[in-house]
Design a protein around this ligand. Structure first.
Ligand code: IMP
Length: 180
């Protein structure tokens, strides 16, 4: 993770290495089990795709789509389910896979919601953690990188639906925010 002239950056290489480390940890923790990875759309789709391919345990996948910020860079605090899971999670070992934890409001809501559906276990894996922005407590079991309070894009993370395709993660400059 580096801070270069161009601003904050997590390189493709650093992401790859860390995703493999997370997958190794998850494979170890879920040995002999078949976890259900629940990806939070849209931001987590690239992370989830890379993570599952590094697992050595069999895993299943499902997705939840929740409302995002729209064009603003601040959360509204309201979480709306746009697409629910396709299957029941009752009795399953569920791992919520998220791109970034910011205020924690989204994950807190989703964690509590899935908990009511009686999974055998429930954990959270987030690629990025903006810890200093947290407003509510969330139990994040697997964290890729702790990141500073900057608006980040790339590797699935967007700003107004742009930049998701970048292979690295970088800071969005105030000029770029203005020009959207
Ligand atoms: P929270 O509810 O405030 O924790 O926000 C979580 C969601 O906000 C994430 O799933 C992202 O969709 C979005 N988000 C938070 N910070 C960023 C960022 O720096 N870049 C892109 N999206 C972000």
């Amino acid at each position: 993770m580096t801070k270069k002239e161009g601003g904050f950056l997590i390189s493709e290489e650093d992401i790859k290495k860390r995703v493999k480390e997370l997958a190794d940890q998850i494979s170890k923790d879920y040995e002999g089990k078949q976890p259900l990875l629940v990806g939070i759309l849209k931001g987590a789709f690239i992370f989830l795709a890379d993570l599952i391919r590094e697992l050595s345990v069999d895993a299943e996948v499902d997705f939840l789509a929740v409302s995002s910020y729209g064009k603003a860079t601040e959360t509204s605090g309201e979480v709306k389910i746009l697409k629910d899971l396709s299957e029941s999670v009752e009795g399953r070992d569920v791992v919520i896979v998220e791109d970034i934890v910011d205020t924690g409001l989204t994950l807190r809501y989703l964690y509590d919601l899935l908990k009511t559906r009686k999974p055998a276990s429930l954990r959270i894996c987030a690629l990025l953690d903006k810890k200093e922005r947290r407003q509510v407590d969330v139990p994040v079991d697997y964290v890729g990188f702790e990141v500073p309070d900057l608006f980040l894009v790339g590797y699935g993370l967007d700003f107004a639906e742009k930049y998701r395709q970048l292979k690295y993660i970088r800071e969005l400059t105030p000029e770029e925010v203005k020009n959207i």
